[in-house]
Design a protein around this ligand. Structure first.
Ligand code: HEM
Length: 502
């Protein structure tokens, strides 16, 4: 007898048995790496090695970086919840996974669900379908399309940005939130390129487009947080709970604007070669007999918008943060831009290749803070690690922690120091292969690298050409990373800058 009541005793006994069975279930895989002779980090039930992520205290990439720096082994066994995964530290092995032996690792480990828009979104697609859709999308990401169609639209969005900053300063409002500013710029530009419409993101504070862009793929409430975490970390929950990857309200807003543009073009025979035009052409051609129905067509536009929005917003604000914290670098950059432009307008060539110091500043930003800070892959065919007896089993999730690698003092001395000179003509050859990959490597690397770099450079160049950007007096020297975001980006509350026309 445990208590004076038999009913209470039975209840206690039953709950202990249930608790014990649940414990056994959630820890059933915890011997996986021990059995395989792989060094591993001891996990906790339910959360694996990611308690800090579940408690929203740290970003996923930060926790992986801590694990990376704690260990000296080429690969470390870890646990995502109850699922074994492998953290790759060895550069040769990471290159094998991404490039040389890619045929064993063609998929990433994101969940996907039939009947959802993400079923046709390249970053979440698998196997042959992924390969086909990636190939068909190539024209939308080419240098030629960027130069002939998108560049002008990027410049138009940057004009809106400058107009907005001038208006705020004329009203004596010089404290401006950097994240909101760069979100406005990215949303304005992408609405023009991917939706063929005007976003009015700066003119209208309650812009529906801006809200849509922000909410598409963000942790805006607990339900969305659970959905995103499940897609990225607990795939089994996705089907069980019928979760959606893209926020349903934003998805329907996106579809409304996109199909209005398609309709207008059909009526006016408009042939503007932005993304809408490119997708309409793809639909007419029925490449390899694949019918690009409405859902598949809009999925390509959402992919473009989403992948670009997060990357461009975060890299631009992070570059501004480092320039504000390092005024000598900011002044040197302003001198380069002013000298080169000499009062003329920014050209594609200037941005793409000729402003060398600007390029170094953005490269260094991407080193210190790569927005896609971890690459994940799923082993699709068993793989024996060269020169060892260790077999990575089909179905194993692997993580390549680019944030940790790019901030490893062994490869980048004094990694916390923002130093664009690492990428100068004289120094860049010192960077070891496989240690710098903000856009990843191999067949699944970023499709929008050129578009992303060009858009970030246009915004940074125009801001620094015209304004002095300072940190607020109470800002920390080191930028605070948002623990709730799935990409690496700044905590929105901590990136308000002081702007001054110069
Ligand atoms: C500006 C900063 C950007 C950064 C740092 C960045 C980084 C990355 C990285 C690292 C990956 C690959 C992850 C992996 O290996 O698993 C990726 C994938 C991708 N990115 Fe970007 N990206 C940026 C901008 C863009 C833009 C502007 C677009 C579209 C216009 C875009 C479209 C894509 C797509 C479609 C994929 C998926 C590729 C696939 O799965 O085959 N990205 N990005």
């Amino acid at each position: 007898m445990l208590t004076n009541s038999t009913e209470l005793d039975i209840l206690l006994l039953l709950s202990s048995i249930i608790f014990f069975l649940l414990y056994i279930f959630f820890t059933r895989n915890f011997n996986y790496w021990k059995r395989r002779g792989v060094p591993y980090k001891k996990p906790l039930p339910l959360v694996g090695n990611f308690l800090q992520v579940v408690r929203l205290k740290k970003n996923f990439a930060e926790v992986l970086a801590e694990l990376y720096f704690e260990t000296n082994v080429p690969y470390l066994g870890i646990f995502i919840g109850d699922k074994p995964a492998l953290l790759i530290k060895d550069l040769e092995l990471s290159r094998n996974i991404l490039v040389r032996d890619f045929q064993h690792f063609t998929d990433n480990s994101f969940a996907n669900r039939a009947g959802n828009i993400s079923e046709y979104m390249v970053p979440f697609m698998k196997g042959k379908d992924w390969k086909l859709y990636r190939k068909f999308n190539t024209p939308a990401f080419s240098r030629a399309t960027l130069k002939s169609a998108y560049f002008e639209l990027i410049i138009e969005a940057s004009n809106e940005l400058i107009e907005y900053l001038d208006t705020r300063l004329n009203n004596n409002e010089n404290l401006i939130n950097g994240k909101k500013l760069t979100e406005g710029y990215s949303a304005e530009m992408l609405t023009s390129i991917a939706l063929g419409a005007k976003g009015n993101c700066f003119r209208n504070e309650n812009s529906k487009i801006l809200k849509m862009a922000h909410d598409l793929f963000n942790f805006i409430n607990l339900k969305r947080g659970i959905s995103l975490a499940a897609y990225l970390l607990y795939p089994k929950l996705v089907n069980l709970l019928k979760l959606k990857l893209i926020d349903p309200i934003s998805e329907s807003e996106f579809k409304k604007v996109f199909f209005q543009s398609v309709l207008k073009r059909k009526e006016n025979e408009n042939t503007r070669q932005d993304l809408v035009g490119i997708l309409m052409k793809w639909r007419r051609e029925e490449r390899e007999h694949i019918e690009l129905d409405d859902e598949k067509m809009v999925a390509q536009a959402i992919t473009f918008f989403l992948a670009a929005f997060e990357g461009i917003t975060n890299v631009t604000v992070m570059a501004l943060y480092e320039l504000a914290a390092n005024l000598k670098i900011q002044t040197k950059l302003r001198e380069e831009i002013r000298e080169y432009l000499n009062n003329s307008n920014l050209t594609f060539e200037a941005v793409f290749s000729e402003l060398k110091y600007l390029d170094m500043v953005i490269k260094e930003t991407l080193r210190e803070y790569p927005p896609v800070a971890v690459f994940n892959r799923e082993c699709t065919i068993d793989y024996r690690v060269p020169t060892t007896n260790f077999l990575i089993e089909k179905g194993t999730t692997l993580f390549i922690p680019s944030f940790a690698i790019q901030n490893d003092p062994e490869y980048f001395p004094n990694p916390d120091v923002f130093d664009p000179e690492r990428f100068s003509e004289f120094n860049s050859h010192k960077i070891k292969a496989g240690t710098y990959m903000p856009f990843s490597d191999g067949s699944r690397s970023c499709m929008g690298e050129k578009i992303g770099l060009t858009s970030v450079k246009v915004a940074v160049a125009r801001i620094i050409q015209n304004y002095q950007v300072d940190l607020r007096d109470d800002s920390q020297r080191k930028m605070k990373i948002d623990p709730k975001a799935y990409v690496l980006g700044p905590d929105e509350e901590k990136v308000t800058f002081k702007f001054k026309r110069v």
